[in-house]
Write a protein that binds this ligand. Structure first.
Ligand code: EPZ
Length: 418
């Protein structure tokens, strides 16, 4: 496996083009099952999670052609409806492929996706609401079998605006002659991208982006081409890299309002930010000030940027209180950053950070995808040589991460690790 070796303390300057969204790509790749035809997708990021999803589709019988960020999926010859459990384990969010298989085949088998490094990640909201729309579920200790004659017209209420559960219910109810209303649905931009993709293919989905989504079943979907939306979490990651190194960064091909809460917090922290239609320019504040963060479902502050923003706060003057309301174990990265001199304490779902003048370099180990990105950000800030181990987490979600950082002036290389 690889490590990153970072010689930190350099200001980052320049422009970076943001890749397509990981969290929009995964449900849209799943959705290509439903039509049984050919789908052309553009701006698909070349990352591990996409590779695993394509592997699952291929294992199910889809024909895949890929040319870097362009992917062509023909699901005509797909016959299998059992998601291989070794791949389910590698990518827990592949549970949303189940919804797409139910839409087309009215039957699917998959294993419990299992938790990951940021929490238990249960799928109870997926399963209990599948049952409400007419899916019969037979669970044994390791496998889950879903079967249904047809999807029923139902008005359902999500206990929590779960992104995955909203996507799974949307996917499962695309085909048929029913009307499903999902109340308290997730409102993330990735949900809107999935709805736009499905509607482009002939689905009838209304209200995506609000907390009430209506899906009217249709007979079939057609062949479609679609460009994936930009990755708002990658955009935020690069802006924060500019802020923590005292540099100036312009992120291009983004939708500024997708990370409005992050832009607001960066301004509160002392950075100067100018947004345009498809770009955001940041000039780091001379003095960074502590701010409080509460992660919330969209349009609140995104949990995925909490570890990375928290890292910025380790060198911001004053005390910052970070409340993580979405995942129960998303502060693991901070133990590693404390090796670099950060002052922080965890009190339940609250992280209290006392800003220090600067971080010092160290050998640190990634614990999860966004925690890994946080360690790189810390390494860019600390003057001297930092080694970030266990890159496999980070490569799941960031395309050409070190290459893009080098183009901004970072001294970062990938090296064979132990
Ligand atoms: C999606 O995960 C994203 N992943 C996550 O990004 C993101 O952090 C999360 O949404 C929240 O925005 C993808 O889109 C592939 P949830 P998901 O269902 O769908 C609990 C990243 O770093 N819950 O909204 O799994 C759950 O445990 C990843 O890119 C249940 O209790 O998120 C969590 O505490 C990390 N029961 C909360 O809801 C359920 O049935 C939010 O989960 C489902 C979820």
């Amino acid at each position: 496996m690889y490590d990153y070796i970072i010689n930190g303390g350099k200001k980052l300057h320049g422009e970076v083009t943001i890749s397509g969204s990981k969290n929009a790509s995964l449900p849209i790749l799943a959705a290509t099952i439903i039509s049984g035809k050919t789908t052309k997708l553009y701006n698909v990021p070349n990352i591990e999670d996409v590779k695993i999803t394509l592997k699952i589709l291929e294992t199910l019988g889809c024909k895949i052609k890929r040319d870097k960020n362009k992917v062509l999926i023909n699901s005509k010859y797909m016959t299998k409806t059992r998601i291989p459990d070794e791949l389910m384990r590698k990518l827990r969010s592949s549970v949303i492929i189940a919804g797409a298989i139910i839409a087309r085949f009215k039957s699917v088998e998959f294993s419990y996706p299992g938790g990951c490094d940021i929490g238990a990640r249960p799928i109870d909201l997926h399963l209990e609401n599948f049952k409400k729309i007419g899916v019969n579920i037979n669970e044994n200790s390791s496998y889950i079998e879903c079967k249904c004659d047809k999807i029923l017209t139902k008005n359902i209420q999500l206990d929590f605006p779960s992104v995955g559960a909203t996507e799974n219910l949307m996917l499962a109810s695309v085909l048929g002659n029913h009307e499903i209303t999902i109340n308290n649905s997730a409102m993330e931009p990735e949900i809107v991208d999935l709805a736009n993709f499905l509607n482009r293919a002939g689905a009838k989905i209304y209200g995506a982006g609000t907390n009430i989504i209506k899906i009217k079943g249709v007979e079939r979907l057609k062949e479609v081409s679609y460009k994936i939306m930009p990755d708002r979490i990658e955009a935020g990651t690069f802006l924060i890299a500019g802020a923590i190194t005292g540099g100036t960064i312009k992120v291009n091909d983004v939708v500024p309002e997708h990370i409005a809460p992050v832009v607001a917090k960066l301004r509160e922290c002392g950075c100067e930010i100018i947004t345009d239609k498809k770009s955001i320019y940041l000039s780091a504040g001379k003095k960074l000030k502590a701010v409080d963060i509460k992660t919330m479902p969209y349009p609140g502050f995104p949990t995925d940027l909490q570890p990375i923003f928290s890292t910025l706060l380790t060198i911001s003057k004053g005390t910052s209180i970070i409340t993580e309301n979405i995942f129960e174990n998303r502060f693991k990265f901070i133990q590693e950053i404390k090796r670099m001199g950060a002052k922080a304490t965890i009190e339940g779902k609250t992280l209290v950070i006392k800003g220090v003048k600067k971080l010092h370099p160290a050998n640190v180990e990634s614990t999860d995808l966004r925690g890994g990105a946080a360690l790189v950000i810390a390494g860019l800030s600390a003057k001297g040589k930092t080694r970030v181990k266990k890159l496999q987490y980070l490569l799941r979600g960031y395309e050409d991460f070190d290459k893009k950082l080098r183009l901004l002036g970072a001294d970062i290389i990938r090296e064979e690790g132990d």
